[in-house]
Ligand binder design. Structure first.
Ligand code: SAH
Ligand code: SF4
Length: 405
């Protein structure tokens, strides 16, 4: 679907469209286009060069939701855009669910009206609490451009901190046995504009001021980012480029898609990397993550070794604790050996399994979770327990299934 959509847009943005034909009737969202594509749109309409930059500012810094709002652009140019079928708008938040812990889960409509899920977690994601400066990135996000809405809102208000959990696909094909998203199967890939649009829609809704607030992004929502690599990286470039978020405050999580990890290793600018390990050996992993048959733990670790880490950067190993399946002390010992011999700096995030309809695992008792963590720590492995967020509204890890209650 995404491929079809991109293909459909290409002739228009690259100027190969036959004059006077479908461009007028088709609607082409401008949000999601990179600088070069915007320059091509501008050139096609005969605008002066600087206009492409104004367009980019209006879309990605002002977060304009209509052509009418783009007042920095002359009216005739906006009319030309409209006549040529270009549209402006952010993905619409169609439903909001608010947790008692402040977490908000949104259903956000994609280009075809299908919804994806995005989660806003105020005060951090409970995963890296107190250690967000691990890489020394204590600076604030890039300030919004002059005239951006964020520029005028409460500069003196206290800094807010939050993490946004972003989806990369509708559903997921990976079929991890403990994950609710897996139950949907894969519906379709999201486009770069849809992935980045989720973030901007939430920033706008929350009145985030990028010059002041501290926003983390985790690509840990619905879907497997590395099975939609091009769109995911396209969104990442928009988010860190014109939108102005910091790459060092972003984490992408993968179930271990080796070709994706190898591509990721080549990226000049990239977020931090988390690997959903979830087991200490291939046999257990294969039972809960069938994708292990394609890429086993050794292959995943070898691919991760190709990622050039920044000073003090660490790889995160996510480990969902499933009662009686992977939470025995001997699993902890095996995990210690695995982490020690991985060949790169890392730490372990223990995630208590979040239950949901149709999944039949047991939630480990708190004492077992603590014992597992202590066993890792006492053997010299850094290990955190990720506090579940928004469980009551199906917003916690692995619970994203477009549940509408
Ligand atoms: N597809 C990617 C990113 C999204 S899943 C991946 O798998 O890494 C984000 C995290 O949620 C993963 O670490 C996954 O192992 C975890 N997870 C999935 N289902 C869960 C559940 N029911 N309870 C707790 N964590 C879960
Ligand atoms: Fe997909 Fe991640 Fe869920 Fe596995 S855990 S099914 S990869 S979303």
């Amino acid at each position: 679907m995404a491929a079809t959509l991109e293909t459909r847009l290409l002739p228009i943005v690259s100027g190969q469209q036959q004059p006077g034909t479908a461009a007028v009737t088709r609607s082409v969202p401008l949000f999601g286009l990179h600088a070069e594509a915007l320059a091509a749109v501008n050139a096609r309409l005969g605008g002066p060069r600087f206009r492409a930059g104004q367009l980019e500012q209006a879309l990605y810094r002002q977060w304009a939701v209509s052509l009418d709002e783009m007042t920095a652009l002359p009216k005739p140019f906006r009319e030309q855009l409209h006549a040529a079928g270009y549209t402006v708008g952010l993905p619409e938040i169609t439903e909001t669910f608010r947790s008692t812990d402040g977490t908000e889960r949104y259903l956000i409509a994609g280009l075809d009206g299908q919804t994806v899920e995005t989660v806003w977690m105020p005060g951090g994601d409970g995963r890296e609490e107190g250690r967000e400066d691990d890489e020394g990135s204590g600076s604030a996000d890039a300030p919004p451009a002059a005239g951006a809405p964020g520029d005028t809102r409460g500069r003196n208000a206290p800094q807010r901190r939050a993490t946004i959990c972003v989806s990369s696909q509708i559903g997921c094909a990976v079929n991890c046995q403990f994950c609710l998203t897996a139950k949907m199967g894969i519906v379709r890939n999201l486009t770069p504009g849809e992935i980045a649009g989720q973030v901007v829609a939430v920033l706008k809704r929350q009145g985030v001021h990028l010059g002041r607030d501290r926003i983390n992004l985790v690509f840990m929502g619905m879907g497997e980012p590395f099975l939609n690599y091009d769109a995911w990286v396209g969104a990442f470039r928009l988010l860190t480029g014109p939108i102005g978020l910091q790459p060092s405050r972003m984490t992408v999580s993968t179930s271990g898609i080796v070709p994706g990890i190898l591509r990721f290793a080549e990226e000049p600018v990239r977020p931090k990397l988390a690997i959903s390990l979830n087991a200490s050996n291939d046999a257990v992993r294969e039972a809960i993550m069938p994708v292990t048959r394609k890429w086993d733990i050794a292959a995943i670790l070898e691919a991760v070794r190709a990622v050039p880490l920044r000073p003090r950067e660490k790889i995160t190993f996510e480990y969902v604790l499933l009662g009686g399946v992977n939470d025995h002390p001997h699993h902890a010992d095996e995990l210690v050996r695995l982490v020690r011999t991985a060949g790169f700096p890392s730490y372990v995030n223990l995630i208590v399994w979040n239950p949901g309809p149709g999944t039949s695992f047991a939630e480990p008792a708190q004492a077992e979770v603590d014992a597992f963590q202590n066993r890792l720590i006492s053997r010299g492995i850094t290990a955190y327990i990720r506090r579940p967020r928004g469980r009551d509204i199906y917003a916690a890890c692995g619970q994203l299934k477009r549940t509408t209650r």
